[in-house]
Design a protein around this ligand. Structure first.
Ligand code: GLN
Length: 210
């Protein structure tokens, strides 16, 4: 029997949250509210069973130190090349092709240059409301020692700005935010990512595993 993708019911995607540090529980709750099944990921082998991944905020240097042990970074690099991934704040830094202030290693899948701690010291955290391309009007954005996306490549779609710089972007199966959407009650950003994962799943060959 044929089963054209467009007639399949809306699935509940299994979306991992990298649970090494940062506010991964808040992301898990946000994913649940947005219609996905969250899976906390702490080991490279746990990447195998998920349809997408969120890399949360935290400290990107600490993430890198942890990931460099036991081949986790290589597994993650392979995952983000193939499967939907959403990086917030430190996660956005990790996804970028180029990191500055200071330069550091990254996964290199988001065609962008990201400047770390671009808004000043730890104390420079803020909550702002900005217009966005997402339906439903302006969006609250929580910034914590936030990076700034200073340059994006042609394939990067900008969904929101702050002071003229992109703060929410999408490039194919990759999404990134310089703020913390999991700390606001508005679920539109997570819903957007869950939808991206569903779209990606619909486009996969029927044999499943990729
Ligand atoms: N300043 C952190 C870094 O450079 C990011 C901050 C955050 O994720 N809230 O990695």
């Amino acid at each position: 029997m044929t089963n054209p993708p467009e007639t399949q019911p809306a699935s509940i995607p299994r979306i991992g949250v990298l649970a090494i540090q940062g506010d991964y529980d808040a992301h898990a709750e946000a994913l649940r509210e947005a219609g996905a099944e969250p899976i906390l990921v702490r080991k490279p082998e746990e990447l195998a069973g998920i349809d997408g991944l969120i890399i949360p905020g935290g400290e990107s240097t600490t993430f890198l130190k942890f990931l460099e042990r036991g081949g986790f970074l290589d597994s993650l690099r392979d995952f983000v090349r193939r499967k939907p991934t959403f990086g917030t704040c430190a996660g956005c830094i990790l996804l970028a092709t180029e990191v500055t202030h200071p330069p550091q290693a990254s996964l290199g899948v988001l065609d962008a240059t990201v400047e770390r701690n671009a808004y000043g010291r730890q104390i420079d955290s803020s909550i702002q409301t900005s217009d966005t391309e997402l339906p439903g009007g302006p969006l609250e954005m929580v910034y914590i020692r936030a990076p700034r996306i200073v340059k994006t490549g042609e394939g990067v779609q900008v969904l929101a700005h702050r002071d003229g710089f992109p703060v929410l972007v999408e490039q194919g199966h990759i999404m990134a935010a310089t703020f913390h959407p999991e700390l606001s009650s508005d679920r539109r950003v997570h819903e957007r990512f869950v939808e991206l994962v569903r779209d990606w799943l619909r486009r996969q060959p029927r044999s499943g595993k990729s």
